[in-house]
Design a protein around this ligand. Sequence first.
Ligand code: CA
Length: 396
Amino acid sequence: MTDDWLEIPQDSAFTRNHLPYGVFSRAGENRRVGVAVGSQVLDLARLDIPHASAFASPSLNTFMALGPEAWSLVRTRLQFMLGDEGFREAVSAQLIPADDVQLHLPIEVADYVDFYASEHHATNVGRIFRPDSEPLTPNWKYLPIGYHGRAGTIFVSGTEVHRPAGQARAAGGSVTFGPTTRLDIEAEVAFVVGAGSASGRPVAVSAFAEHVFGVCLLNDWSARDIQAWEYVPLGPFLGKSFATSISAWITPLDALAEAWIDPPSRNPVPLPYLDDGAMRSGLDIDLEVKLNGTLVSRPRFADMYWSPAQMLAHMTVNGASLRTGDVFGSGTVSGPRPDQRGCLLELSWNGSEPVTLDDGSRRSFLEDGDEVVITASAPGADGRTLELGEVRGRIG
Ligand code: CA
């Protein structure tokens, strides 16, 4: 490899081998697609690269719809241009300091599905809510459980979250209405579908990379009191649909080539359409959750029972088609240790063991003004750690 003309600080989240995609604007200009490089944003629509016109668009969808060959072609070209002295002038002219741009929701979200793929999370939630029965439901190890969420309330990182109001049942059994008193987070990894699929044609686990464009972090804000009252028998509804936050930067799947690992062993053996034994289907992504600056959890995506390829295969096995811009979340990422729990419900054990923050205050659930930041790292292609785009949100 040639010596890069572009110097990227060692501590930068966005190396030349990462190149996450986002949508940005400067004052008075249209929204368009860029990639993050170091502390700058590369304005792709103004570069002489393949598919440049697809980047003069207010979302990534136009580019994502072109499919994996186009994704690969552009990525390879950008990496070459960022390393080759001959492109220094042309590329430098289109680099904008990140501080000068506003970031927007990077994709036009089509459908949104959220899974429940962490055995540790599902077990903890089962113990909290159904202490007298088996923590996992009988179907849990046969299929990745999920539900369809609300695509229209997915927001970009940094968007203020408003405390929802709704019905809840008080401890004494009376039904009340008012602002949630149990506002929570769920630290998740999300997958963005680029290339769609035809109705009636299930997508095999092995076809994951033909459809999934990239990965980001997701915070599935949850009102536990609303959720607990409404979720039987049809699952989450208003306790979740008020807001879901995702990163401003989407990490392309190609950037995570070194992060694939074997998933945990499954027992019973999954049905054939969920058999991902021929691939390294787990992802070595380490998350960190900070609440008002205090590190409260470090969940590992490597512990997830169901892999993203199995999630994709399951959500299409009935013939449901994929669309460009579909997003599916992993569900809360939790590990076996108490400091690896990805939501406050688990961290505070439903309020019985409040979390102590660095300022001495305690939290069972979120208070107004609280800010939650989820970050994550994974092995990068250059031996350096790759940092996914953060997802940040403050309760307004
Ligand atoms: Ca969730």
